[in-house]
Design a protein around this ligand. Structure first.
Ligand code: SF4
Length: 66
């Protein structure tokens, strides 16, 4: 069942810092230690929003599902 928020990672921008996975491991993980991928979409967007705010590549978008 999809979460209440849609989270996307622009993999062309991601520099693999791993910050998002450290802040919200329920949402993000690094693939091959290089690019962030989604683990799951959250019902509580707090962690994903925090990660989006501190992502150094501005690669994360969090939108409320319509
Ligand atoms: S915080 Fe941003 S740059 Fe760092 S791994 Fe996550 S999406 Fe990529």
């Amino acid at each position: 069942m999809p979460g209440t928020h849609v989270v996307t990672v622009d993999r062309t921008r991601c520099m693999g810092s791993g910050i998002c996975g450290a802040v919200a491991p329920e949402v993000f993980a690094l693939r091959d230690q290089r690019v962030s991928v989604l683990v799951d979409e959250p019902d509580d967007p707090a962690g994903a929003l925090q990660a989006a705010g501190i992502c150094p590549a501005l690669a994360i978008t969090v939108l409320e599902r319509a």
